[in-house]
Design a binder for this molecule. Structure first.
Ligand SMILES: *Cc1c(COP(=O)(O)O)cnc(C)c1O
Length: 369
């Protein structure tokens, strides 16, 4: 029986392995293992790619989010106990960044069609203490619009993008990473632009924010032995920066291939038991291709029996996680729970899945009864 793996990271990087080895050798020989031109080159490359004025490399995506919020606190924009609006169906890191900064997450339900925050619900949740909307481009679909911008302007809120999943996506000519006031990127190996280890970045066009994030990730200092904040150590390694800068040259091509696989699924899956994703006319980069099925366990078993590996993003809603039991456990979030109960991610990595594979998978799905 033919097998259809969900994701094989070795395969993802095999295509680039000669160049990546060459790049690692260059960094080894350079003698510079923290900071320096490899990091600056990548930061410039990513800020140019997104259109934001500044980019700061950090240790990972969670730190990118945490440092943005911490920087806003240091700059006096936010204080302990202030509220941040966030979708109720994101990856836990988004909310960990809020609570880690002693801010209060206000969970707003997503649209059942786009899986992104339901903008029509935002305004009614704004209070005197609301300081930001932390929007998440979930699965690669931009979660931003002129309407969100208008709400943010009307109430003086920051828009922060969790762009761990949306690199390269765009809408109305604006790239993710340049839609709001600041954006957090993750280059965790499974992301569309993956490092070979942990890595992250912040983009912004606010120079004060960029400087604060850079200082906070470097013990609170921009100049050695001159500490303006009680910072942390969260920097992007030059070896990761060098590999990322190379791989960034291929992100548009990789995303285009993901979109081609998605279009095969879109055209060929016709099983009424399976709800397909929508893009709302935006440039979706399909970090995940997520369908919804009521009898999910039986569906996944059927696919597994036919050699198709799937995954779930994410099986348990945030407010149902043990760590948030006391703080969020009493919330009633039926859309988030429905999504957690019904979503299934199909293979979409262009390194592991061909258009023919996607057609086979669609045919198998159509046989599910
Ligand atoms: C991956 C991810 C993160 C965290 O990134 P790390 O680099 O793993 O810390 C944050 N938010 C979302 C939506 C993610 O998918």
């Amino acid at each position: 029986m033919k097998r259809y793996p969900f994701l094989d990271l070795g395969l993802v990087n095999r295509r680039y392995s000669d160049e990546l080895k060459h790049i690692c050798a260059r960094v080894i020989d350079s003698g510079r293992y923290v900071g320096g031109s490899e990091v600056t080159d990548f930061e410039n490359h990513l800020s140019e790619y997104t259109g934001a004025d500044y980019c700061v490399g950090v240790g990972n995506g969670l730190d990118a989010l945490r440092l943005i919020l911490r920087a806003y606190k240091e700059l006096g924009v936010m204080n302990d106990g202030d509220e941040v609006i966030v979708p109720s169906n994101t990856y836990i890191a988004t909310v960990l960044a809020i609570t880690d900064n002693r801010l209060v997450p206000v969970l707003v339900e997503p649209s059942i069609d786009t899986y992104n925050i339901d903008e029509s619900l935002i305004e009614s949740r704004i209070t005197e203490r609301t300081k930001a909307i932390l929007t998440v481009h979930l699965y690669g679909l931009p979660a931003y619009s002129a309407r969100m911008k208008d709400i943010a302007e009307k109430y003086g809120l920051k828009i922060i993008e969790d762009n761990a999943q949306g690199i390269g996506a765009h809408s109305e000519g604006i790239m993710t990473g340049n839609m709001g006031d600041a954006a957090a990127f993750s280059f965790y190996p499974t992301k569309n632009l993956g490092a070979l280890g942990d890595a992250g970045a912040v983009t912004t066009s606010d120079v004060r924010l960029a400087d604060a994030v850079r200082a906070l990730g470097n013990y609170g200092s921009l100049r050695q032995y001159d500490n303006i904040y009680q910072g942390v150590n969260s920097r992007l390694d030059p070896i990761q920066a060098a590999m990322l800068s190379f791989k960034l040259n291929y992100i548009d091509e990789e995303n285009e291939k993901r979109r081609q696989l998605a279009s095969v699924y879109d055209r060929m899956i016709v099983n009424p038991a399976v709800t397909l994703p929508v893009d709302g006319g935006k440039y979706h980069t399909y970090h995940q291709y997520v369908v919804r099925v009521k009898e999910r366990d039986r569906f996944r078993e059927f696919l597994a029996e036919n050699g198709v590996e799937t995954a779930i993003h994410y099986p348990k809603a945030l407010h149902r996680q043990k760590c948030y039991e006391a703080q969020l456990g009493a919330l009633h979030l039926p859309i988030a729970e429905k999504i957690a109960a019904e979503v299934v991610s199909l293979p979409i990595s262009p390194s592991c899945t061909t258009a023919e594979d996607a057609a086979d998978i669609a045919a198998i799905i159509n046989d599910f009864k």
